[in-house]
Design a protein around this ligand. Structure first.
Ligand SMILES: [Zn+2]
Ligand SMILES: [Zn+2]
Length: 249
């Protein structure tokens, strides 16, 4: 399983990164986790933009899904003819959300390009991957994702506050892409995002392998987020997500 960071900026794109998007590949199958603002541009630096076999959204905040609207153009109106229809997994209402964002009529809308499938907690098969999902603590229907292939495990937090289900999703994973959207302060709202320290605490409790801090907001100091995580007690390697970094599991 190969994981490539396509975008890791939190809540809005930064000068060096689009919003959230991660490419997961195995056995010639390409799965995109999230497609935040700017992801379609960044994807073209690392991969054939049309060679995507499935897309899975953690939740429907724009920094995780909105580039699907422009990706619809890329797949539908390609000069070589439309690209094959692919499944798009997401929370309830994903199709309606995307159709409205593009101001399309409900029929045929995006139906010839994307087959929308609704996520529910539990395991599903996407290509060669087993993808287990669980609801996490965020103000909307939001999922954490555990992707397994060939005995290796990637866990992606999506957006979440402190969350017991995330610890279980990350249990003994090899790579833990965990959001750290907040810097430590006394007045942080609950059930929104994690600090670096909280990301490290989740990784420690899960027995995760490598922790990669992601969903890094442009106005935060990544060095502080990293320092907070390193002070969490997690004993494994900790890195900051960067566009273009590849993890071979
Ligand atoms: Zn977000
Ligand atoms: Zn969110």
């Amino acid at each position: 399983m190969r994981v490539t960071v396509i975008g890791c900026s939190g809540s809005f794109p930064g000068p060096d990164s689009p919003a959230s998007s991660y490419l997961v590949e195995a056995d010639g199958f390409s799965l995109l986790l999230d497609m935040g603002n700017g992801a379609v541009g960044s994807l073209q630096r690392f991969h054939d933009v049309l060679d995507i076999d499935a897309i899975c959204f953690s939740h429907l905040h724009p920094d995780h899904c909105l580039d699907l609207t422009v990706y619809w153009i890329a797949r539908t109106y390609c000069p070589d003819g439309p690209a094959p229809r692919i499944p798009v997994y997401g929370p309830s209402g994903t199709a309606e959300h995307m159709i409205k964002a593009y101001q399309l009529e409900p029929n045929p809308a995006m139906a010839s390009t994307f087959e929308f499938r609704t996520l529910e907690p539990g395991p599903i098969r996407i290509g060669p991957f087993t993808v287990s999902t669980a609801l996490v603590n965020h103000p909307v229907e939001a999922y954490g994702l555990r992707v397994e292939h060939g005995g290796k495990v990637l866990t992606y937090s999506g957006d979440t506050g402190v969350c017991e289900a995330l610890v279980e999703l990350a249990r003994d994973c090899d790579l833990f892409l965990c959001e750290a959207g907040f810097e430590q302060r006394d007045d942080l709202p609950p059930d929104m995002h994690l600090t670096g320290r909280e990301a490290g605490e989740h990784a420690a409790r899960a027995g995760a392998g490598t922790l990669v801090l992601t969903h890094l907001l442009p106005w935060n100091d990544p060095a502080q987020t990293l320092a907070e995580a390193k002070a969490s007690g997690f004993g494994g390697p900790i890195e900051l997500a960067e566009v273009g970094t590849v993890y071979d599991l």
